[in-house]
Design a protein around this ligand. Structure first.
Ligand code: CP
Length: 314
């Protein structure tokens, strides 16, 4: 087995992670995933308490992190924002410092502000894991997406073509995936309404912006669909959802433009009938629920590696 390289207590973004660290994380996630059949528990986080601060809604990320932490032996402390003293004006720093004073060993946070996780990592002396910050980064989503692609196509993604279709402008998933996939040697094509696909993203090496949906689908080994992020949009970027679906929704006709072995991915939540027809979401080309399962293994690996690194330096 090659040497394990992991140089961080916090997992904030993909940009700062070296390709060797990505390999370490994927290898660790493979080990954890292989244990799922036996429901084996691990003890990396035994006698540890993990705080989950979700200041935006979440189903998959929160549940996967909590499952991952429990699989590693942790107790979970869940901060419920709606009933917390954040509603009385308490700052994020004060909230976090108070919970830390109770003895938590790690924080997993989702926040609407880009940079919030990075800020918290500077404030706290325990690992901080970013579960999504504004439109900035969603590192564990990109890691589970890459893990799923490696599982499907083999560990070497060099030359694999991934098309990301939809609301790129407001998507932290797109940003983290662009960074992760290009580090792994994949080629990324961005497609969608011109108002939601910034041309400057093509400045990244290994990324291009498509002007033809047909070409973007025809060349892809995987098509990653994104929902429209209404919660981050302050103005209208296309006339109506119906028109978005008519121009960019994946239906049977457009599925036929894709290679027969190309796969469909989606980070969730899916807006069925908008960016993706229901039958395709549930069909044989979809790996959407595999992405969800892999999210537990990848998050176990992230929690495990950040904890080992942090505690080796105490
Ligand atoms: N993919 C993702 O982040 O889903 P949730 O918002 O449900 O966590």
């Amino acid at each position: 087995m090659s040497k394990q390289i992991w140089n961080r207590k916090d997992l904030i973004d993909i940009e700062s992670i070296a390709p060797e660290e990505l390999e370490t994380l994927f290898a660790q996630a493979e080990t954890f995933k292989a244990s799922f059949g036996s429901r084996k528990k691990f003890d990396t986080l035994k006698n540890h308490t993990v705080g989950t601060f979700f200041f935006e809604p979440s189903t998959r990320t929160r549940s996967a992190f909590e499952t991952a932490a429990r699989n590693l032996g942790a107790d979970i402390l869940t901060l419920n924002e709606a009933t917390s003293s954040r509603t009385k004006g308490e700052t994020l720093r004060d909230t976090a410092m108070n919970i830390r004073a109770m003895g938590i060993d790690m924080v997993i946070m989702r926040h609407s502000a880009a940079g919030a996780a990075s800020y918290l990592a500077k404030v706290l002396d325990v690992p901080v894991i970013n579960a999504g910050d504004g439109a900035h980064a969603h590192p564990t989503q990109a890691l589970l997406d890459a893990f799923t692609l490696r599982e499907h196509f083999g560990r070497d993604l060099h030359g694999k073509k991934v098309t990301i279709l939809g609301d790129i402008l407001f998507s932290r998933v797109a940003r983290s995936n662009i960074q992760c996939l290009t580090k792994l040697g994949a080629e990324v094509t961005l497609a969608g309404p011109v108002t939601l696909v910034p041309q400057e993203f093509a400045n990244y090496a290994g990324v291009r912006v498509a002007h033809s949906l047909k070409d973007a689908l025809a060349e892809a080994d995987a098509v990653m669909l994104l929902r429209i992020q209404h919660e981050r949009q302050t103005t209208t970027h296309f006339p109506s959802l119906g028109e978005y679906t008519a121009l960019f929704g994946i239906n049977e006709e457009r599925l036929a433009w894709m290679k027969p072995d190309a796969i469909i991915m989606h980070p969730g939540p899916i807006n069925r009938g908008v960016e993706l027809e229901s039958e395709i979401a549930d069909g044989p080309r979809s790996v959407i629920l595999k992405q969800v399962t892999n999210g537990v293994a990848v998050r176990m690996a992230g929690l495990h590696l950040c904890t080992l690194f942090h505690e080796s330096r105490l």
